[in-house]
Design a protein around this ligand. Structure first.
Ligand SMILES: [Zn+2]
Ligand SMILES: [Zn+2]
Length: 602
């Protein structure tokens, strides 16, 4: 029955022979068929991005992904393993943009959303053949003939069901948050994406004179982003630190932190004159609510329109004595700390930058990209005698990992899943998982879950699962739609049963607002494609619309395996959705793999 193992070292030929035998005799299918009655051992295959090429790292994952299921098969288990393809998202759109010679959202909309979407759908299959050959060559068995595809309408309908479940629990909401934002791509980035793009840059920072109201003195404040100064609405000091009022050698009277006096003012000293003379000393808290004159008239006007008081000193512990002057400029639209201070003090909200990263018409710098406006701001302030200094400043600044544009921190409306509300469930479910190595599950992943933030799931793009929320133009009433049936019922439009569940087609379906009778339209957002891959346990079976039994038999997975970079990716999205929907871990055993470098060290 067994062939004698040959002693020659011609492994490639031997592999090819085995592969041929498997193919000709349909061994994979038979291995499942023969064990139909056996116990089930489920493996979930994390879907690779179909429009990316397989690389050396995939060899290791595919080998491990095959080895455990193969062992279980040999032990008599039926091991379902559907291959899958991750097909939505910005990487696909970017590739199509490049292909068509388009740059940015405006040009996409000019080109037309429908032809653009069609190209996206085509493009995801570019490397399908390469993936199939590759999987065959490394001996990876999976059902590649009937894969799940995340852009499939049934897959999307299952996601709609899931989102509606989450909505019904009150855990899907529209929020206003400061996000790292790429002005070229026109989309916010996740923290994982931001961490991929830090670069050291040398820029001009600004130390600015803010004129105190009612006295001939100035608050000296420092910023690394001069373009945010037209949107300034407050200054901030640390309530517990010591601040001073000094007469400086340049003739001005300044307020600033005592600890930084020499660093900032030291250069003013001359042979017969000290750099400064201390007039008074304060705790930061003493300066709270002191007023100053708006640096830019446009910000003052904007605050007035909102009937909100700004342009005074606020207190917050985030202000440090390591850089600058100990007084920080506050623009709530452009920083997380700024936004928090803005909420605490009910400051006006001034956002003089548009979605393309350009200064708006209210400012003297209309149409200028933020980083280019820096210079103009400095020149203007200098002319008006408001610039104390513009020291060069070197820091690590995040850039878009896709297009290399400097990111900005920017207030955006976004849809969130309130994961903070289920943090304890996430931790408890994670503790049921057998992680190999254990340190990833308990350490890296576990720690991250302990500090979980709400999941920003919306993307202002085109090629993705459309967010299934309809909003009234008149009164803002919102409804979440969980299925085609429900959409047909609410819209009265039979096309709801057959329409492709993508933009722009789905946006044609509108409904009537039950509150005010006006038209309700779908919100323009699509969702994070990580939600797609996290939905694969149920969406691959079109659950709960079909295949209830199969889903229940194959959930949770006994085994998954991916590289360590999936802690914030697939490991998370699976765990989050499974916890929110079933309050159960979606996987029982995980083998986490390190990274493999190719001959170029990549
Ligand atoms: Zn970008
Ligand atoms: Zn309404």
């Amino acid at each position: 029955m067994y062939q004698k193992v040959s002693t020659n070292l011609n492994f490639v030929d031997r592999e090819k022979e085995t592969k041929k035998f498997w193919e000709e005799n349909d061994i994979f299918r038979k291995s499942m068929e023969n064990r139909k009655e056996g116990p089930t051992y489920t493996f979930y295959d994390g879907p690779p991005t179909a429009n990316g090429k397989p690389h050396i790292g995939h060899v290791l994952t595919r080998v491990i992904k095959d080895m455990i299921p193969r062992y279980r098969t040999m032990k008599g288990y039926m091991v379902p393993r559907k291959a899958g393809w991750d097909t939505h998202g910005l990487p696909v759109e970017l590739e199509v943009e490049k292909l068509l010679g388009l740059n940015g959202k405006e040009q996409i909309e000019e080109y037309g959303m429908e032809p653009f979407i069609k190209k996206c759908k085509e493009s995801v299959w570019k490397y399908k053949g390469m993936w199939e050959d590759f999987s065959g060559t490394v001996g990876f068995w999976a059902d590649m003939e009937n894969p799940y595809v995340t852009y499939d309408d049934n897959f999307i309908e299952s996601e709609w069901w899931a989102l509606k479940e989450i909505w019904n629990k009150g855990l899907l909401y529209k929020g206003f948050k400061i996000v790292p934002y790429c002005p070229r791509c026109g989309t916010p980035l996740s923290s994982a994406e931001v961490s991929q793009g830090y670069k050291a840059v040398k820029e001009r920072s600004a130390i600015v004179r803010f004129k105190a109201v009612g006295e001939d003195a100035y608050f000296l404040a420092w910023t690394t982003t001069p373009w945010t100064l037209p949107s300034n609405v407050a200054l901030c000091v640390n309530p517990d630190e010591t601040y001073v009022k000094v007469k400086a050698a340049d003739g001005y009277t300044y307020y600033m932190a005592q600890a930084l006096l020499d660093t900032v003012l030291g250069r003013l000293a001359t042979e017969d004159k000290p750099a400064y003379e201390i007039l008074e000393t304060y705790k930061g808290k003493d300066l709270e609510r002191r007023e100053y004159e708006p640096l830019y008239a446009c910000a003052g006007e904007c605050a007035e329109k909102q009937h909100k008081k700004g342009f005074f000193i606020t207190c917050d512990n985030y202000v440090t004595m390591t850089d600058g002057t100990g007084i920080v400029h506050i623009a709530p639209a452009f920083g997380e700390d700024d936004a928090r201070v803005g909420r605490d003090y009910d400051l006006p909200f001034v956002q003089f930058v548009d979605g393309k990263g350009c200064l708006t018409a209210e400012t003297p710098y209309a149409g200028k990209f933020v980083k280019d406006a820096d210079k103009d701001v400095l020149v203007d302030l200098d002319k008006e005698g408001k610039l104390f200094d513009a020291p060069k400043f070197e820091h690590e600044y995040p850039h878009c990992w896709r297009c290399d544009t400097p990111l900005i921190y920017y207030a955006r409306e976004s849809w969130y899943i309130k994961e903070t509300a289920v943090r304890d469930d996430l931790i408890r479910n994670n503790n049921t998982v057998n992680w190999i190595p254990e340190s990833i599950g308990k350490g890296r992943f576990g720690n991250w879950l302990e500090n979980i933030q709400d999941w920003a799931i919306s993307r202002n793009r085109y090629w993705g699962t459309p967010l299934n929320i309809w909003e009234c133009e008149g009164c803002g009433h919102q409804e979440c739609i969980g299925s085609r049936d429900e959409l047909e019922k609410r819209s009265g439009n039979p096309a709801a049963q057959t329409v492709e569940l993508h933009r722009p087609y789905i946006d044609e379906i509108t409904m009537v607002c039950p509150d005010c009778g006006k038209t309700m339209k779908r919100v323009p957002e699509v969702i994070d494609c990580w939600f797609d891959s996290g939905a694969m346990p149920f969406a691959q079976h079109h659950y709960p619309f079909e295949n209830k039994e199969i889903f229940e038999q194959q959930f949770p997975a006994q085994f998954i395996s991916e590289a360590v970079d999936q802690t914030r990716g697939w490991f998370h999205s699976l765990m989050a959705e499974s916890t929110l929907l079933f309050n159960k871990a979606p996987y029982e055993n995980v083998i986490v793999l390190g990274h493999v470098q190719d001959e170029n060290g990549q």
